[in-house]
Design a protein around this ligand. Structure first.
Ligand code: 2HA
Ligand code: ZN
Length: 269
């Protein structure tokens, strides 16, 4: 059967963005082996051809019930697939799924029967929250940024808002473009529903959720914006580490400088 992208430029454009970001994740060293995953809500790009396709899998249990997702379509990186392969051949290393009307199962509909990401429970819980909040966000990203993960191996950084304040104070952009900061999710088993639940609780308060000793989850209107959130936080982490490597503890911007930014950008906290 032909690729579902062939006559659907709108869907092809979204998948192209995913492929571009997958390449960045690999280049940054954030995506070893099959590490990380991407999902995008492509319901708005689901044309008649996609909606008319017969499923190419049995119904598969999500493991939880997500009432806002009935009938929605998602492009998902495949489980055990590599980001560097997703970058070059997205439809061989990911698939489009449709959520069943019972909101507890999904079926794969295109192009190939590639099983979606092992972190599907967390990803779909994030999409459920985005739809429920009406924020119009369509993309969820999980990745393993080296320096940010390293910082979670130090207990003082895991206390509420310690990392957020440190990272904000390294460069004005991070304060401005990650205005709600980085929340910490204490270590939980990868792929678990407990991890999914803790992630969405964290994202109610913060822009990005940091899974202790594992990776980050970010959401956004599209996959570029979700990536940018992680990229600005990671930049701050690199500045902090560069200063420490030069033998000093960085001063950080002053409380006054931070306050000035909060006012200028009308930031929430
Ligand atoms: O998909 O990163 O957390 C591989 C992972 C699981
Ligand atoms: Zn991971």
């Amino acid at each position: 059967m032909n690729s579902i992208l062939e006559n659907n430029p709108a869907l092809a454009a979204e998948i192209e963005k995913v492929a571009e970001v997958a390449g960045y994740l690999w280049q940054k060293g954030w995506a070893e082996r099959n590490g990380g995953n991407i999902t995008v809500n492509v319901t708005d790009q689901a044309d008649e051809e996609l909606r008319g396709r017969a499923p190419i899998s049995e119904p598969i249990a999500i493991g939880t019930t997500l009432p806002h997702l009935a009938g929605r379509y998602f492009f998902c990186k495949g489980t055990n697939k590599r980001m560097r392969d997703l970058a070059r051949r997205p439809m061989e290393n990911g698939s489009v799924i449709r959520i069943a009307d019972d909101c507890a199962h999904y079926e794969i509909v295109a192009d190939n029967p590639v099983m979606p990401t092992s972190e599907l429970a967390s990803h779909l819980a994030m999409h459920e929250q985005m739809i429920a909040s009406g924020n119009g966000y369509k993309a969820a990203l999980h990745t393993h940024p080296i320096e940010l993960v390293a910082m979670t191996h130090h207990a003082p950084f895991l206390k509420k808002d310690v990392l957020t304040r440190l990272l904000w104070s390294m460069i004005p952009e991070t304060r401005a473009f990650c205005p709600k900061g980085l929340g910490i999710v204490p270590y939980r088993m990868p792929s678990s529903v407990e991890l999914a639940e803790a992630t969405i609780r964290c994202l109610e308060e913060y822009d990005v959720a940091m899974w202790e000793k594992h990776g980050v989850c970010a959401v956004g209107p599209d996959i570029f914006e979700a990536f940018d959130q992680v990229d600005v936080l990671s930049k701050s982490a690199l500045i902090y580490i560069a200063a420490r490597n030069m033998g000093f503890v960085p001063e950080g911007m002053s409380a006054e400088q931070m306050g000035e930014l909060r006012e200028a950008f009308n930031l929430p906290k």
